[in-house]
Design a protein around this ligand. Structure first.
Ligand code: ADP
Length: 797
């Protein structure tokens, strides 16, 4: 049917006049008449339009009426269109029958009655219009059903959306919100009239809004799925992380009709992720440095503001809890908090102190006014805490190996966040990691300290030993080994009393202090392995025994002894001739008495002799000093020991005391020796002088020079006092003299034999004594014969 309500009628005849006649007859029906001049043309018209009825001429060239009708009936779209055959010729039954057989509804013969034709066609028009009406109504009905259906389904979707725990909204093409589900209102706490088309911007966290707006704009433009993470403000003012997602819904034409958006709460997930990420970072940070104080401060810095608004770290140091760090994103707030703490110092019942004492974590998700009031000291304190705006806190112990090292406190304020069990687990883990880092750093420092102490012990000059409570040696440093002559490996682990029999006595004499600061040393002789040592020892009691420190003072002691010997001897030795000179000089000068010439001469002799003695002593001192410092210049050359001995004896004889005989035994010719003749003469003079001097009761002194060819030996034998055997080695030491009781008070400096030995050694010779106490002594000097060795004059070293 055309849009004006008229139906189409198809008139088919190959003869124009017939068509004109038909049009004229049917015109009054007021319908739309379509003409076709052949069967083919009719079929074409049927493809383009719907017809209420076809008037079909039977005799036509090409497709005739029957054939055309048959084709029409074959097509599904046209098979029910009523066909009225028109014929002028085929009036026979046969044709009529064929016409009906092909599906004609009527068969009219030309010329036909216009009235009849019009009424017959009118019936079909009527029929078609009725059908059309019915179809239209059915259509309408269906549309109405669909609309109702859509309404219910929309309603259902809405109910579904409202029932969802997720936030859901829809938005139009431009992104303006058209609907928010129930959960949205519940979560945001907004009223229906506040929920305008951009209400979402009110609840997205201001920090996340710019990003959300930008990605929404991009999505609207591209028509792709929108996805963004942002924090949504809840009715209580806190923010939770959500994953916002919007999907475009497109119509049949592919154009976006609207958007469906959802916001899924990913807060816990996000927090877990955030906390895990933080734990990993903090772990790396803590492991990276051994300066744990600094790292803990850094970690406390990093906690804010992502996981807390406030963070404080307390450490237990020698029993007192010290706040190592307090952090907040805003430095002014830290200053405020520190002032608050200075004004109201934390007592024993402060949260960190309690946590450290009990080892139990504390968590308060929602800090109430009453709680703050209960914790405050006074009204002002309360008001100041309120100013911090604390909302929630947790405090966990820093535990490593069951030891509480401190506490970590996290608190929230302006973020409005409330801590939960997940946060507590996180804080506990962070606390554990921090504690482990602290312990590692401390252990390392201790180990380092011990290693250093061990190194010091290895290199220190003092002997350091640790004797445990059972008397077992636990430590024996290299200096202890040196002093004692006992190696650590043969000593450590064994009882000290076995190793040093004198230990018991020693341990009694060494003072043991409890504090190294007051340990005092005691100096004493110690016999170890047949040697007598002078050691100074002190002890300090430690947890597992006593640490003794020893210093070998033998050399110092000997030096000290020598010094005092020297002072005593020299002052005595100098004083004797000086007194004689002084006395003689005074007497000579006296005018009150008349001195005879003899007496005067004698006194002058005394002055001269004692001056010589003084000079000799000073000479010896100088010589010894030069020998010690290596400054003595020797003029070594080949010389005749026999001739030298003769000179010495001749000189000695000039002042030989009574009762002493002096003999020289020189057998034949003796090889020459290499020496400084003056010095060698001095050695011999010393020996002869001693032999005479230490023969106070007189006796024989024999000087013998002989040779076995390879060496020349000079021996001085006396029949005097003799020297006890255990002193024979020591008489060659500088300033060493026998006990005056043994030498009957005979004076001397103790330098003669020392100088002699030093000189003889410089001529590559040796000197020794053979003696028996009370039976005299023989001193031997042996020098290599000059023919045997090639020697050069040299400076002594
Ligand atoms: P001094 O100036 O005391 O003689 P020496 O070095 O020459 O010093 O001798 C050291 C000590 O050795 C003497 O004090 C003395 O006791 C002892 N001594 C040296 N020679 C003899 C000796 N011929 N007979 C006994 N004792 C001697």
């Amino acid at each position: 049917m055309s849009s004006d309500g008229r139906v189409n009628l198809l008139l088919v005849d190959d003869v124009d006049e017939n068509l004109v006649a038909l049009e004229a007859i049917l015109e009054p029906l007021g319908e739309n008449l379509v003409t076709a001049r052949s069967g083919e043309e009719a079929l074409r018209a049927l493809l383009q339009q719907e017809f209420a009825c076809i008037l079909l001429d039977v005799q036509m060239p090409g497709l005739d009426g029957f054939e055309t009708a048959a084709l029409i009936k074959q097509r599904e779209r046209t098979q029910h269109v009523p066909i009225i055959f028109l014929t002028a010729i085929s009036k026979e039954e046969r044709h009529v029958f064929r016409g009906y057989a092909t599906g004609a509804v009527d068969y009219l013969f030309k010329p036909f009655e216009p009235e009849i034709l019009r009424s017959k066609v009118g019936v079909f028009i009527e029929l078609t219009k009725k059908n059309q009406e019915i179809r239209r109504q059915a259509e309408l009905l269906r549309e109405r059903d669909v609309a109702r259906e859509r309404r219910t389904s929309e309603e259902r979707y809405r109910q579904l959306a409202d029932a969802m725990p997720q936030i859901v909204w829809t938005a139009d093409r431009e992104g303006k919100a058209t609907y928010y589900n129930l959960r949205w209102f519940e979560y945001t706490g907004l009223a229906a009239d506040e929920a305008d088309d951009s209400a979402w911007t009110l609840v997205v966290h201001p920090d996340d809004l710019p990003h959300a707006v930008a990605s929404r704009a991009r999505t609207l433009e591209s028509g792709q799925v929108f996805e963004v993470e942002y924090r949504f403000r809840a009715a209580d003012g806190s923010y939770r992380w959500h994953l916002g997602r919007a999907v475009p819904i497109r119509g049949g034409d592919g154009r976006i009709e609207f958007w469906i958006g959802t916001a899924t709460d990913i807060h816990d997930h996000k927090r877990t992720q955030e906390r895990q990420g933080f734990l990993i970072d903090a772990g790396a940070l803590l492991a990276a440095s051994l300066d744990y104080l600094e790292t803990l401060r850094t970690v406390a810095q990093a906690v804010v503001p992502a996981l807390a608004d406030w963070c404080a770290v307390h450490l237990l140091e020698e029993g007192t809890l010290r706040q190592l760090a307090i952090t907040h994103a805003d430095p002014d707030k830290i200053v405020f908090a520190e002032e608050l703490q200075a004004r109201y110092p934390a007592g024993e019942n402060s949260v960190p102190a309690t946590v450290v004492r009990t080892g139990e974590p504390q968590l308060v998700s929602d800090l109430t006014d009453e709680m703050i009031r209960a914790g405050a000291t006074d009204e002002l304190h309360y008001e100041l805490i309120m100013e911090l705006g604390l909302r929630s806190y947790m405090c966990v112990p820093l535990v490593a190996h069951d030891r509480v090292l401190g506490a970590l406190t996290l608190a929230t304020a302006e973020s409005g966040r409330g801590y939960d069990d997940g946060d507590r687990s996180f804080a506990l883990e962070l606390g554990r990691r921090a504690a482990t880092a602290i312990e590692n750093a401390r252990l390392y420092a201790q180990a380092e300290e011990r290693a250093q102490a061990a190194r010091v012990l290895q290199s220190v000059g003092d002997g350091v030993v640790l004797i445990d409570r059972e008397g077992i040696v636990r430590l024996w440093n290299p200096a202890a080994a040196r002093i004692s002559g006992l190696d650590a490996d043969e000593v450590v682990g064994r009882p000290i009393s076995e190793l040093l029999p004198a230990w018991r006595e020693l341990a009694e004499r060494i003072p043991v202090a409890n504090d190294p600061g007051v340990a005092r040393a005691q100096t004493m002789p110690l016999e170890i392995g047949g040697r007598e040592l002078w050691v100074s020892g002190s002890g300090v009691a430690v947890e597992d025994g006593v640490v003794y420190a020893f210093r070998n003072l033998t050399e110092e002691r000997a030096l000290e002894q020598m010094r005092s010997d020297f002072v005593a001897t020299v002052s005595h030795e100098l004083r004797t001739p000086l007194a004689a000179i002084y006395g003689a000089a005074l007497t000579v000068r006296r005018s009150d008495i008349e001195l005879g010439d003899d007496v005067r001469d004698h006194l002058l002799d005394v002055i001269a002799e004692e001056s010589d003695r003084l000079a000799a002593i000073i000479e010896d001192l100088l010589l010894a000093s030069h020998l010690d410092s290596g400054r003595l210049q020797l003029n070594v050359r080949e010389c005749d020991a026999g001739a030298l001995a003769t000179n010495v004896i001749d000189a000695a004889r000039t002042h030989l005391p009574d009762g002493v005989n002096l003999e020289l035994e020189l057998e034949g010719t003796v090889p020459h020796v290499f020496a400084d003749p003056n010095q060698l003469q001095q050695v011999l003079t010393n020996l002869v002088d001693n032999a005479v001097k230490y023969s106070p009761d007189g006796g024989d002194v024999r000087v013998r020079v002989d040779s076995d060819g390879g060496s020349v030996r000079l021996s001085v034998t006396d029949t005097g006092l003799g020297i006890p055997e255990d002193e024979q080695r020591r008489i060659f030491e500088k300033f060493y003299r026998l006990d005056p009781n043994m030498t009957r008070g005979i004076g001397g400096t103790g330098l003669g034999l020392y100088i002699s030995r030093e000189l003889v050694q410089r001529f590559d010779g040796r000197i020794w004594v053979e003696s028996r106490e009370g039976e005299g002594s023989t001193f031997h000097v042996e020098l290599p014969a000059a023919g045997r060795t090639r020697r050069r004059a040299r400076a002594t070293a």
